[in-house]
Design a protein around this ligand. Structure first.
Ligand code: TMP
Length: 197
């Protein structure tokens, strides 16, 4: 099993790319599974609702711990002992580092401890789509904004910096420029995924 995770701030076109890659892998005869975080289990989806609801008035630590609670359920239910060829996950622990670490300014050491404590498998590949924060928000201007998306431009500038640092520091993490056409971004995504064949 190969685990590929997809990351980026709002409006980068992550979901479009994941679905295109998924169809492409299936057309090549690979077995696949699509997951999303927070979510992908019954309990995780309930946590997702709480996390994204504007009625949830919670501390940054609660936010972080709920992300990891949902993640722990997903790992046990879907990642351990999976025998599909490719699992694609829409966000994973790199999002906690970028959003809760760099965005909310929580301890990066604490986040690393949580990654180890719940035995998060390391992805074979993490693709971060990078885009100017304002351009990302313009692309999503017709959508209803959830609690985390309401965190402001400065927060997302910090999240973007966090993602760039992760791409710089970790060998399995790749940064792709998401400002180009969907087709061009998909071609670059496929080149990265093909390395795992
Ligand atoms: P999305 O995947 O539909 O964009 O929604 C998930 C939101 O949760 C998104 O704003 C990013 C945020 N998030 C975190 O803040 N930390 C995490 O660890 C994860 C997985 C997501």
């Amino acid at each position: 099993m190969k685990l590929i995770t997809f990351e980026g701030i709002e409006g980068v076109g992550k979901s479009t790319q994941i679905n295109l890659v998924l169809d492409w892998l299936k057309s090549k005869g690979f077995s696949t599974k699509l997951l999303r975080e927070p979510g992908s289990t019954d309990f995780g989806e309930k946590i997702r609702e709480l996390l994204l609801s504007k009625e949830s008035n919670i501390t940054s630590h609660t936010e972080l711990l709920l992300m990891f609670a949902a993640r722990s359920e997903m790992i046990v239910e879907h990642l351990i002992d999976s025998n599909v060829d490719f699992i694609l996950c829409d966000r994973y622990y790199h999002a906690s580092i970028a959003y809760q670490g760099f965005g909310r300014k929580l301890s990066l050491e604490l986040i690393d401890h949580l990654v180890q404590a719940i035995d998060c498998p390391t992805p074979d590949l993490t693709i971060i789509y990078d885009l100017d924060v304002k351009v990302g928000f313009e692309r999503k201007s017709n959508d209803v904004i959830d609690r985390i998306e309401s965190s402001g431009i400065d927060f997302f500038e910090d999240v973007r910096k966090g993602y760039k640092k992760l791409a710089n520091d970790r060998k399995e993490v790749e940064l792709l420029d998401a400002s180009q056409s969907i087709e061009s971004v998909t071609e670059k995504t496929k080149v990265l995924v093909e390395r795992l064949f």
